[in-house]
Write a protein that binds this ligand. Structure first.
Ligand SMILES: *Cc1c(COP(=O)(O)O)cnc(C)c1O
Length: 388
């Protein structure tokens, strides 16, 4: 069956008659009928999926685990209370003091914080690299223990050839961790390209309604086991309500992403014709530097695009433009049903590319499910403020 079909039917009650959706099971304590049953459950719970204590999951979170494993094409996965928690779980599981980590320069900005605040004081060194195979080879060290990538990169959607990077890494048995939030499993599956771990902020498209925080870390075999052990050690778990809402989001993920993408492509085309625009960053655009890799590896695009104004446009002008938008809400995050807009600071988000100092302001759009005509006229109306 196609992934889109499987996403509809996974993690649903098998017994009949039954409600269509799984129950929200709230639990801390799980009561046993005998000491024997308790001992037996505890002996089996590390290798089997059993209800044993609330922190280790309930039937509601198990159902979501099945759906996210489908999305990532993984044997196992671990749910976390946010995307950032998913990132830190992967980092602390794979790295130990004395190790070196390589990170793609176009990562989600808070990853830099994890390295500065958590890993550096803990004795892990870090090098940022440009995402190319040559850059990777040039930056590898004897003690490199992890390669961290995001594809496409945050804000400017920089593409990288994940299979080629994984070939180099796997030859040296260095695990590659990929942030797969942009594709959310529907458009791309990093594990199939040789990555050891794929993680997502379920907060974005998986949830899809801007009302929960969620992270997931997916892997196979021993790495999956180690991630689970570390999550238990750190006491990470999510609420059954959040699991229920995320599972509801999964059901419509494919059609929401397709619809957002269709509108975002059309709006990107329109924005690219405007005189004040230097570049519309969006992998589906033929002028995008990584367009060919995107076409080869990804099954589609999403609702994200970033407008880079010419450097004759001031920050004040671009902010007046944002303020003038009526339908695009001003706010962080993305992947929800409503359209959002935020200014993006590329100077802070990149350490290898200092060209951003002299480039124009950037504005990131997350295109939602409103009518394309309404969104376009909102953009056109606000455009007038650019010239004031
Ligand atoms: C939002 C985001 C995260 C973090 O997710 P939260 O749930 O907000 O913690 C991680 N990676 C990427 C690429 C993101 O866009």
């Amino acid at each position: 069956m196609e992934l889109t079909t499987q996403l509809i039917h996974s993690g649903r009650p098998e017994a009949t008659p039954a409600a269509v959706n799984p129950a929200i099971v709230r639990a801390s304590t799980v009561r046993y009928s005998s000491i024997h049953e308790m001992h037996e459950t505890k002996a089996r719970r590390d290798t089997e999926r059993l209800l044993s204590y609330g922190r280790r999951g309930t039937p509601t979170t198990f159902a979501l685990e099945d759906a996210i494993s489908l999305l990532e094409g993984s044997d196992q996965m671990q749910l976390l209370p946010s995307g950032v928690a998913a990132i830190t779980l992967a980092l602390v599981t794979l790295l130990k003091p004395g190790d070196h980590a390589l990170i793609v320069d176009s990562v989600y900005l808070p990853v830099r914080r994890s390295f500065n605040q958590l890993l550096k004081p803990w004795g892990v060194t870090v090098t940022f690299f440009d995402g190319t195979v040559e850059g990777l080879k040039a930056s590898l060290q004897e003690n490199t223990a992890l390669i961290y990538a995001e594809v496409p990169g945050s804000l400017t959607y920089d593409m990288l050839d994940l299979s080629a990077l994984c070939d180099v890494a796997n030859e040296r048995q260095i695990p590659v961790v990929v942030d797969n939030t942009w594709a959310s499993g529907y458009l791309f599956q990093p594990l199939k390209h040789g990555a050891s771990i794929s993680l997502m902020a379920g907060t974005k498209y998986v949830c899809g309604h801007s009302d929960i925080m969620l992270g997931s870390v997916s892997a196979n075999g021993e790495i999956a086991h180690n991630l689970r052990e570390m999550a238990i050690t750190l006491g990470q778990c999510i609420s059954p309500e959040d699991a229920y809402l995320a599972l509801r989001g999964v059901r419509t993920l494919a059609c929401r992403m397709d619809a957002c993408a269709k509108t975002a492509i059309a709006l990107g085309d329109w924005l690219a014709t405007q005189e004040e625009v230097a570049v519309v960053h969006q992998p589906s655009r033929i002028t995008h530097p990584g367009h060919d890799i995107w076409k080869r590896d990804f099954s589609g695009t999403n609702g994200l695009l970033t407008v880079e104004f010419k450097n004759t446009v001031t920050t004040a002008q671009s902010e007046a433009f944002i303020d003038a938008l009526q339908l695009f809400g001003i706010g962080a995050s993305w992947g929800g049903y409503e359209s959002l807009v935020v200014p993006s600071n590329l100077v802070a988000a990149r350490s290898l590319d200092d060209s951003w100092q002299s480039r124009g302001p950037c504005v990131r759009f997350s295109v939602g499910l409103e009518s394309i005509e309404d969104l376009q006229s909102d953009l056109a109306n606000a455009w007038a403020y650019l010239s004031r």
